[in-house]
Write a protein that binds this ligand. Structure first.
Ligand code: HSE
Length: 336
């Protein structure tokens, strides 16, 4: 399967390492032979239609900070040139989420779809701002569009609700969808101030480069948009979410929750409304997970409430969700 990778950060590097270390098993078990024919990052690109060396890509990125130096050529193709001119079956979009105009991810995805390529995105921006129209574009161009890693990192939250609960009618759901704010709130519950808890989260590398995406609830809201569209069949985008982050949460709020036998968490919920907001959760509720964990509880008509818990971020974890998507695409292609 010929693959173009947009972005070569932690997730994409984890993915190529996974391809390398699991190559025999992926072929033997699933018939999957990933061939990365092009990669681009913000500084340049590397192309080889017969397949790039995965270890050399990682080494080049480590040494030069870009894949541009992979070959000894002065010029490298732009991302859009690559998408237009290099033949591939799947585009894997891993550039950073941007909730203003969703670029550059949006152009990567739409260009690839129009060219007939299947798309896997772990970039939430395009989905948060244009989920309904991207689904239409995929259908119109008869390509598959997969995005497991956008919610829950490696934890298969979307698959669980869509496939494991198939036939059920999910009536509502609520969850912790942002690991960074959960880590900060967990630390505040041990007495740390908001500022110290934020600094600790930043030192550990959890906080997005633009901290507002985590702290103001945008990341959780983007994930809520994806869930609402995919699981509940709603046609909504980011402005439809009533969103409040954690900047105004005080130690007093946390103590007040404790007195109520509860913990304060940033909860994304879909009931009658779509809301992201700090909320008290009873301390025995399985949703009240600590640290960077994510948790989501789906309430269904016949099977009651079920909670799924797991790591919501991380390079290897998110790469494993891309692999799941790729295997789904491989299986569909084989069927057809
Ligand atoms: N900033 C996100 C989080 C990363 O903390 O959950 C994963 O989307």
């Amino acid at each position: 399967m010929r693959i173009i990778l947009c972005g070569f950060g932690v997730v994409a590097q984890s993915l190529v390492k996974l391809f390398d270390s699991r190559s025999e098993d992926l072929y033997a078990k699933y018939g999957l032979k990933p061939r990365v024919v092009g990669v681009f990052d913000s500084k340049g690109s590397a192309v080889d239609v017969s397949g790039l060396s995965l270890s050399k890509l990682v080494e080049t990125k480590k040494k030069f900070g870009t894949v541009k130096n992979y070959a000894n050529t002065k010029n490298s193709m732009s991302g859009i040139e690559m998408l237009k001119n290099v033949e591939a079956d799947v585009l894997i979009e891993t550039t950073a989420s941007n909730y203003k105009d969703a670029e550059p991810g949006m152009t990567h995805i739409t260009t690839a779809m129009k060219k007939g390529m299947h798309v896997i995105s772990v970039n939430k921006g395009p989905l948060a701002l244009a989920f309904p129209s991207l689904m239409e574009l995929a259908t119109y161009n008869q390509v598959m569009f997969k995005f497991s890693g956008t919610v829950g990192g490696g934890t298969p939250i979307l698959d669980y609700a869509k496939n494991s609960l198939r036939g059920e009618r999910i009536t509502s759901f609520a969850g912790i969808l942002n690991g960074t704010t959960n880590y900060i709130l967990t630390n505040m519950s041990t007495g740390l101030s908001f500022e110290s808890a934020l600094k600790d989260a930043q030192d550990k590398g959890y906080v997005e480069a633009d901290e507002s995406l985590d702290l103001d609830g945008l990341d959780a809201a983007a994930k809520l948009v994806i869930l609402a569209n995919w699981i509940m069949g709603m046609k909504v985008t980011l402005p439809d979410i009533d969103c409040t982050g954690i900047r105004k949460v005080t130690i007093e709020d946390i103590k007040k929750a404790e007195k109520n036998n509860s913990v304060l968490k940033l909860i994304a919920s879909c009931d009658n409304k779509l809301v992201v907001s700090p909320k008290e959760i009873h301390k025995d509720d399985p949703l009240g997970v600590n640290g960077t964990l994510n948790a989501i509880a789906f309430t269904s008509e016949h099977s009651g409430t079920q909670t799924i818990i797991g790591k919501g971020a991380g390079g290897t974890e998110t790469a494993s969700s891309i692999l799941r998507d790729l295997l789904d695409i491989r299986q569909e292609i084989a069927k057809n």
